[in-house]
Structures are given as C-alpha cells and as structure tokens.
Design a protein around this ligand. Sequence first.
Ligand code: XIL
Length: 448
Amino acid sequence: MQITKNRIWLLTLLMVFSFACEDDDKPMPPAVERIQATFEYSISPNDPNLVLFDNTTDGEGEFKSEWDFGKGEAFVLDQEGVEEVRYEDVGSYTVRLIVTNEAGNTVASEVIEVDVNGVCPDGNCEVQDSGGLKGAANGFEIGMAVRDSRLSGAYDQALTADFNSLTSEYQMKMNILYPSEGNFDFSAADAIVNYAQANDMHVHGHALIWHNATPSWVENFAGTDEEFEAMIKNYITTVVSRYKGKVRSWDVVNEAIEDGSNTLRNSVFRQKMGDDYISKCHQWVKDADPDVLLFYNDYNLTFDSGKQSAMFAIVDDLKTQDLIDGVGAQMHISYNGPSKSQIESVINGTVSRGLLMHISELDIRANPDNDLTALSGDRAEAQKAKFKEVAQIYNAIPAENKFALTVWGLKDDESWLLDFWGVPDWPLMFDAGFNKKRAYEGFLEGIQ
Ligand code: XIL
C-alpha cells in the first residue's frame, strides 16, 4: 500500500514538473526598456548664433522625443531632420532632449554658451590665444588710437595683449601741444609716449599740422608771413626734438587735399607759407630727427580716385626731395564699401612707389544707413568680413612695404564716429564691455 501511495505521489510530482517545464518553453512577452536619449549639435557655418540640433536617439518600438531648448519656453516635439534654434542673447542655455516610451523617460542635455561673438564652439568662449593681434601679425605693427586717460585698468590689459604701436587720438595735435604762443603743453603726449616706452610699443606721431586742430591764435596769427613760418618751424622743431628716438614716425601734414576740387586745401598754412608748405614742414621734421619716418596721411583715398591721384602727386613731389617714407590711408570705411579693389588701389599705388603703407585709422561702420538700433548678428558678421578683408589685403603686401595697421579706437561706445555722424554705430573690435567682437576675430583671421 505504502508503495502505491508513493507512486501516486511521484506521478503527481512528475506531472507538476513537466507542466512547469512546458510553461518555461513558452515565449515570454519582451520586457519594455527605456530608450536612452542622445543628440548632437553644431553651430551653423553661416550664422554663429544659430544652432542645429540632431536627435540621434536610437531605439525599438514607439517613443516620443521632445526638446527643451533652454529658453524657458514650452517643450517642442522633435521633427524629422535637424532643429534650428537661434541664441541671440549672451548667456548659458541648458538644452534637454526628453525621450519617453512605455517604460518611462530618459534625458540627454548639453549646455550652450553664447558670448558676443555667437555660440561658443564646444562651450568654450575664450578666443584662441594666439599671442594677441600683435603676436599673429607678421612683419608689421598693430596700432591703436589712445588718450592719456585710457591707459590703465582694462584699457591697459587690452592694449598690452593686442597692440604694439600707439597713436595719440588727439593729444599730439597742435591745438593741444601749443595752445598759446610760447606755451607748449606736453603733459598728455608725454604720458602716452612714456606708457608706450614702458610697454615696448612704438609711437606713431599724429599729426603735426592739421587744419582741424589748429589753435585759434595760429588761425588768427598776428605777425607777418615770415614770422608765421618761423613760428611753425620752431613748433615742429620743438615737438619733434622732444620725442626724438621715442616717436618712430610722424604724420607731418594731415588731410591737405580739399574735397571736391582735389586741390591743396586753402589752410592758414598754405596761405602764409605758400604751396610748398608741406615739403617745408617735412624738411623741418627731418632736420630735427633724421631717423624719424615721414608720412603723408589722408582720408577717402580708396573710392575717390581723383583724391587718390592728388595725394600721389603730393607724395611724388616729396619723394623727389627724399622727404617721405610712407603713405597713411585713414580707412574710415563701412561694412558695405569701399570695395576690395578700391582698397587695394591705394595700397598698390603706395607699394609701386616703394613706400611704407600705413592703414592709419581703421574703423568700419556697421550702421552707415542708420537702419539699426542695435548691432544685429547679420551686420556683425558683415562687419567681421570687412575687417578680415582689410587685414588680408594688408597682410598680402610685400614685407618691405609693411608698416602698421592702426585701429581708430578700442571700444564701440568710444568711437569718434558716434559724434561725427550722430547715429548709433559699433565700428570697432571691442564692445562697450571690452569684449572681443566678431570684428576682432575677422581681423585676427585676416592677418594669420
Ligand atoms: C579725431 C579724433 O578721433 C577725435 O577724438 C578728435 O576730437 C577729432 O579728431 N581724421 C584724423 C583724425 O586724421 O585725427 C581724426 O581724429 C579723425 C579723422
């Protein structure tokens, strides 16, 4: 009996076991897993403020992808292809892609950093350190127009990082240096020259004679023409001798050509000293400092071919007397002109004469038609392209004609053009907060 009982028990056990085994062989419904969200992004090659997001999430079954572009706006359902998002304002944006399926959701995120130049590659907003503009320039100097009150703090940092030549924006002109007869005032000029020496920079002297910076006592000179000429000779000799060996070069006469007629401007200097007053002044500079480089400097020499010819006529005359070393083309231009070939024309004329070329007062208006109230991304880009073009043209000239590329002011909010034109503009390489603009990058790219 006992055996039979055991057999039944064993049979039952076997049946349960085989049922269990049979059940094990049946296919289980697959367990749903969460899908890992992934995405990649790149900055548009055409627009540094535009980011292209690519959802690279890969997974089986149904899932939903939603974007949070980090701007505090509603989630956006992922679409076919890349998503294009503009980031205009400087700051950090945490971008998230949320992928959801039956099992739950996963998140991928990246931080997009934006500075004044646009979205920073790999979140790194530092412009590549190339030793600054001066470190990148090959065989010529990078100049900046300065004032004695703007040589310390953040100015000092920017100047010493990027520039190795200084031009006084207005404090080495006659109305400041010689405000009244017999009384010279060298205080500001000395401060600039001393700063340059302390920081291993050259000084380009600007400008001994300029009709727009002539003190009233000179405009209304009381003495004879001979006395006037003797006074000018004394003034030039005094100033040039003081800075002998410290100022490398001088704009002797600035802007001597009359607009329109392209004849000699009828300044008090021409009236009292005659048509050859320019060569007289050059001679006195040379007598006071035989090593100093002599420049003739003027504006609108690119698109105004008549003015350019008049300028080269003056220069050729000085050259026959061995009284000139170089030409200064001011280069107050706009993002949309003059053209590349117009800029090249004045440079080619200078190079063909075997003279030094100074782009002496570079600034590039972004708002010449007053159609902007703030610098737009597109305009900043166009301005960058023009800075790059000028720098490239300059960089391409023969080594023996290279001298300096001087920018007329550091920060947008301090450009002389704001007062001059009376409209908003952002013509320089640094914004009001000393940040490098795209214009800076363009300039750097152009000289590399
Ligand atoms: C300008 C300065 O930038 C101003 O600060 C100043 O008040 C007037 O002169 N051409 C020249 C420069 O040769 O000397 C001028 O500089 C700008 C035009």
